[in-house]
Design a protein around this ligand. Sequence first.
Ligand code: SF4
Length: 351
Amino acid sequence: MVSTNAAFTAAELEAETERLFKAFLQVDCTPGKSWDYEACRNFAPLTLEINRLKKEKDAVILTHSYVEPEIVYGVGDYKGDSYYLSLMARDAKAKMIVFAGVVFMAETAKILSPDATVVVPDRGSGCSLADSLSGDQLRKLKAAYPGAAVVCYINSTADVKAESDVCVTSGNVYDIIAKLPQERILFVPDRLMGENIRTELKRRGVAKEIITSDGTCIVHDVFDAPAVADARARFPGLKVVAHPECTPEVAAVADFVGSTGAMMKYVKTSEAPYYLMLTECGLVGRLQVETPGKHFIGGCRLCPYMKLNSLEKVRDALLAPRPDQIVTLDDDIRHRAARCIDRMFELAPKD
Ligand code: SF4
């Protein structure tokens, strides 16, 4: 049983175990992990303790779809991709925000909710994309391309956002870039998404020159087109769903390319029985729970940074956050980064 100092009655533990078991019934997405009845009984004291602490501390827990299901379904108040969670962070009235995701997302929450105490369960939860470019490096790039509009993907550090004209997500990037007056766009930090944007804007008849920096996502950059062809041969009628952080070769052979939220919507509204999800395995876990009857084939790609989150670390960050778990930002950087994100809210299409 997991370690907790809180005391609960046998009836409370039984009811919590049942709740967790119902939520996890379909999940088998992480190799070597199981969410059977025994596992749920094991998590129950900790999820009860965290949910009690949330009320005492006036806290909300934001959970990215890529963290483990016991966090998403056990204690999360909001679950989704970084854009959705950034909106929830902006609108949160809580005194404390626990961001079960990665550090750049928690920084975004702090930018949007400066008065809240924002904490990360594990300070080591970086991101190969966000960490590929610093504010200093972006300043040098800007000097090399004067006059270009600087557009940063939301997967970037607060320093990079502070140096950018507008922030974008994989869902709103095309509409926002199309609205910018500049023809030359410096898009950072994802090189592969930049290549996919170039192709999509051309298809839409939008004339822009896209210059990129050299970051990639270590989860999405490894999928390959031959594996997609092999899966299609084995599963007739298969739908292939890819994230725009994948390579252009993979995007070209997918049935649908979109943000995490758009991928979920595509699967939920599609009739096909089989899906190959070219993204992090946590999204497959959510789909297993939320679209029973559909089948997900293919291997599992895990984001090692997202998987640093755990229930124990969430509990510790809530109970008595260590200094390294508390997100702080320099005021000037926070203000400039907030301007860049506000510009995104202004220019993004309203659903
Ligand atoms: S999945 Fe990729 S982009 Fe997302 S946090 Fe992990 S490394 Fe970064």
